[in-house]
Write a protein of this length. Structure first.
Length: 265
């Protein structure tokens, strides 16, 4: 793959390209097309530097959007399911029946002080965000509280690629652990899922991992995924840990850290 980039200097153009491709300097070959010039006083007649970054055949970059687009193309001939908003009870019943889930919501009487605060916080935030009467269910997990939310227009609380959901989970954790010294429950780690987003995202990543592992084995080339947070990278690593013929590792620094799937020699 070859692509041109520009910058005020050659180094700046290279950096722009590396950031976009999410690669390191040693992962690409650089062809300087134009070194550029500063012009008079660094302004008049200035010319941008141009470089071409060449990604060797041993590395292929792959994004989740590319995979999703391929999936859409393959599914065009298939009937599309109708999106139906479910109540919290319906969603939990379906999830438990499908996955033999161990999520058992606490009753109002069973809610601890920290769990009650989380419930009030999320309900209040939902109201401010225009989500009327959301369903909130809280269960005890091994290391803290597991929280699920369902409701009409609940997508606004998920946000683009789950960014709003991640922020709400962080805030819910802070709310759960305020006045921690007075709380007999100890530290409460909060795991929040809204509209089953995390479950669906996890399944998407699992499917993606298997498909790209096959791609890496067939092509005998490394496959580099898009940047992901540590939680999503762990899903990829754990999914492929027992898959023969490939191994995985992470490269780069946050927020550009990403997983590389490598065929075993």
């Amino acid at each position: 793959m070859n692509k041109e980039y520009i910058g005020r200097t050659v180094d700046e153009a290279i950096e722009v390209g590396l950031t976009e491709l999410q690669l390191k300097r040693e992962d690409v070959d650089v062809l300087v097309l134009d070194e550029g010039s500063r012009g008079v006083l660094g302004i008049f007649g200035a010319k941008m530097a141009r470089v071409m970054l060449v990604v060797p055949d041993s590395m292929e970059s792959f994004t989740l959007e590319q995979w999703e687009e391929e999936e859409k193309e393959e599914a065009k001939a298939e009937p599309q399911p109708t999106v139906v908003f479910k109540t919290l009870d319906q969603a939990l019943a379906e999830q438990e029946a499908a996955a033999q889930d161990d999520f058992v919501p606490l009753s109002e009487e069973e809610l601890s002080e920290s769990a009650a605060r989380v419930n009030d916080f999320l309900t209040t935030v939902a109201a401010y965000m225009g989500v009327d009467e959301p369903g909130v269910a809280i269960a005890r997990g091994e290391r803290g509280l597991r929280v699920r939310m369902e409701g009409d227009k609940i997508g606004v609380m998920i946000g683009h690629r789950g960014e709003t959901l991640d922020a709400l989970q962080l805030l819910a954790g802070l709310v759960a652990n305020q006045n921690r010294a007075d709380n007999d429950d100890g530290y409460q780690r909060v795991s929040l899922d809204i509209g089953s987003y995390r479950r669906k995202r996890e399944q998407t990543l699992v499917n993606l991992a298997h498909r790209l592992a096959q791609k890496a084995v067939r092509s005998r080339r490394n496959v580099s995924l898009e940047p992901m947070n540590s939680y999503e990278r762990r899903i990829i690593h754990s999914t492929l840990a027992s898959v023969r013929g490939v191994e995985t590792h992470s490269e780069g620094e946050d927020p550009y850290r990403h997983v590389v799937i490598q065929p075993k020699k």
